[in-house]
Design a binder for this molecule. Sequence first.
Ligand SMILES: C[S@@+](CC[C@H](N)C(=O)[O-])C[C@H]1O[C@@H](n2cnc3c(N)ncnc32)[C@H](O)[C@@H]1O
Ligand SMILES: COc1cc(-c2oc3cc(O)cc(O)c3c(=O)c2O)cc(OC)c1OC
Length: 359
Amino acid sequence: MDLQTAEFREAQAKIWSQAFSFANCAALKCAVKLGIADAIDNHDKKALTLSELTEELSIKPSKSPFLQRLMRQLVNAGFFTEAKQLRDDNKDGRTTTAYALTPVSRLLLKNEQWNLRGIVLTMLDPAELKAWSVLNDWFKNDDPTAFQTAHEKNYWDYTAENTQHCQIFEDAMANDSVLVSKLLVTEYKFLFEGLTSLIDLGGSTGTIAKALAKSFPNLKCTVFDLPHVVANLESTKNLEFVGGDMFEKLPPSNAILLKWILHDWNDEDCVKILKNCKKAIQEKGNGGKVIIIDTVVYSQKNEKELVDLQISMDMAMVINFAAKERTEEEWEHLIREAGFSGHKIFPMYDFRSIIEVYP
Ligand SMILES: C[S@@+](CC[C@H](N)C(=O)[O-])C[C@H]1O[C@@H](n2cnc3c(N)ncnc32)[C@H](O)[C@@H]1O
Ligand SMILES: COc1cc(-c2oc3cc(O)cc(O)c3c(=O)c2O)cc(OC)c1OC
């Protein structure tokens, strides 16, 4: 390769910057663990100088110059912003740098309803990173997943034993369900109008089903999840919790919602689940539908950041579950294999889509 060409320089810069791309992830996680966003937000001025930040975070003064370097990394990555402000102690107009929040770091605040702290902490947890780090070994061994290679147990057994790790992520998923519920009962209300009964399959502790039951008082909502997940959860007028296995027979229902379910499973298992859904819908009578909320890879083709995220989430599914996020063609194939007659895709504002599937 000719060292003088732009092509060489660009290729070299790409590899160097990718090899260091972990630095932004690690700095982000450090910011969450230190509570930098909350320290800034809790301050009257909503902006902190380095010495104020050092004090607020109870960092040793000897480490303050290194905190400044961390803040430079975080500002450069767009997590925080910096502005010059007049020094309190200086009468000759000298300025100092103060750090403030950006819309991105607002999503790291503890009291922000839509915060993504749980996602940062679980995706960058050492257990998760260890699974990514053995990917090359997994390609050469017979383990079902890279997670299994890293931990000698599957993701479910690991999370069941490491309850703190599990709790942070489940809280984050429940938070996400509050956000999605709001969209479902407003922007996507039309999907549920006229339905008489709905099962939220793998609906966990019922965040979405509760919101649907409240907005549609005539809709009988059922959360169907593994028995230990729904044990002791209280049913109300038009909401009930049923424990069971989605690979077995499902109760008859007019509609079935599958949010963040099918991406956990390979095609063969997904076809089994979808066929069970079809039977349950047909037992109820004519019409009905399955509503899938999941990623459609490349759905937002023009938004590179969203496509990058969809492809990275697909790799996370490979590593943790040997499963997948699917392209539109892959969804079409799955839906046809399960015997459904048609579908319609509604891309959501984020990286996910809603897929309405007709029996
Ligand atoms: C990724 S979580 C999704 C939870 C919820 N739908 C959401 O979007 O937040 C997958 C859910 O599937 C449930 N699940 C896994 N295997 C199941 C099975 N065989 N039968 C019923 N539910 C199952 C899990 O307990 C979990 O609640
Ligand atoms: C939505 O994106 C991801 C979901 C999971 C994930 O995590 C779980 C954790 C539990 O304690 C119980 C569960 O049933 C599940 C899931 O079913 C499930 O899909 C994991 C991820 O990465 C590790 C996800 O992000 C890509």
